[in-house]
Design a protein around this ligand. Structure first.
Ligand code: C2E
Ligand code: MG
Ligand code: MG
Length: 261
């Protein structure tokens, strides 16, 4: 209860902030944008990760104003980056289940883009596979509405939920993010590598851009690139960081040499 009250005040008092984790083109090693990840700078507890307050925000309905703040803030930052010459970057924002089914979502998205004079295609909205599959007909309707605004859609944490392939085929998504659970123990010739190869093949068939999350080692990076993953994200190439740190840290990395394909 106390934290819920504090969180309500935190949104109004500007205690929330966004960190940005870079996303990279797997083959060229060029940065292609960022995922915005919310943090709460709590006056007594210090910097709090999203897992410590997003579930509470979900239960109390605070996720709607919180999510709106995140959208506007991410768009504001994207405007600054575009003005600084990064016109080809995209910004990804996570949507929670409650936010996803909230009636005002498409309108908020349009308004955030308009306020910061952004082309809709530079915004990627991430929903988890579980959210997308919870009520498939509703998800289809919401996603179509969102796609009509021109934004992109990513299916986050892919592989952790239960996807109906029939529905997956119909989802108007543009990107599939392989959950880092499959990347963690990735070694050639193991079960995880067979699963990742199968997810990549599935994503290709569905015309989705394939992102690997949680890339921590250069061996994972080389292997994922070889498997045909389009985009990489993970501590190896950049942790989530403040916008200031981001612009200083993010410059192209040397492409990986791919041996035999
Ligand atoms: P997510 O969307 O899957 O975000 C990726 C999470 O993986 C981030 O954790 C990131 O720091 C972490 N990560 C990235 N690369 C690596 C890596 O190489 N190794 C490891 N071990 N971890 C890595 P974070 O920032 O704590 O966020 C956790 C989750 O909280 C996010 O998972 C997302 O579901 C949720 N979240 C974050 N920001 C928001 C938001 O603004 N709104 C909503 N609704 N949810 C958010
Ligand atoms: Mg995400
Ligand atoms: Mg994820």
């Amino acid at each position: 209860m106390q934290i819920a009250n504090e969180l309500r005040a935190a949104i109004a008092q500007g205690e929330l902030l966004l960190h940005y984790q870079p996303k990279w083109d797997a083959t060229t090693g060029v940065p292609i944008g960022a995922e915005a990840l919310v943090r709460w700078m709590h006056p007594a507890r210090g910097l709090m990760p999203p897992d410590s307050f997003i579930p509470l925000a979900e239960r109390t309905g605070l996720i709607v104003p919180l999510g709106e703040w995140v959208l506007y803030e991410a768009c504001r930052q994207m405007r600054l980056w575009r003005d600084a010459g990064h016109g080809d970057w995209t910004i990804a924002v996570n949507l929670s289940p409650q936010q996803f089914v909230h009636a005002g979502l498409a309108q908020t998205v349009r308004e955030a883009l308009r306020r910061h004079e952004l082309e809709p295609s530079c915004l990627i909205l991430e929903i988890t596979e579980s959210t997308a599959m919870r009520d498939v007909e509703l998800s289809l309707a919401v996603l179509r509405q969102l796609r009509e605004t021109g934004v992109q859609i990513a299916i986050d944490d892919f592989g952790t939920g239960y996807s109906s392939l029939l529905y997956l085929k119909r989802l108007p998504a543009t990107e599939m993010k392989i959950d880092r659970g499959f990347i963690r123990d990735l070694v050639r010739g193991t079960e995880d590598s067979a699963i990742v190869a199968a997810i990549v093949a599935l994503g290709r068939t569905l015309n989705l851009r394939i992102v690997a999350e949680g890339v921590e080692t250069s061996a994972q990076r080389a292997f994922l690139t070889q498997l045909g993953v389009d985009t990489l994200q993970g501590f190896l190439l950049g942790r989530p960081m403040t916008a200031d740190a981001f612009i200083a840290a993010v410059s192209p990395v040397a492409p990986v040499a791919i041996s035999q394909r």
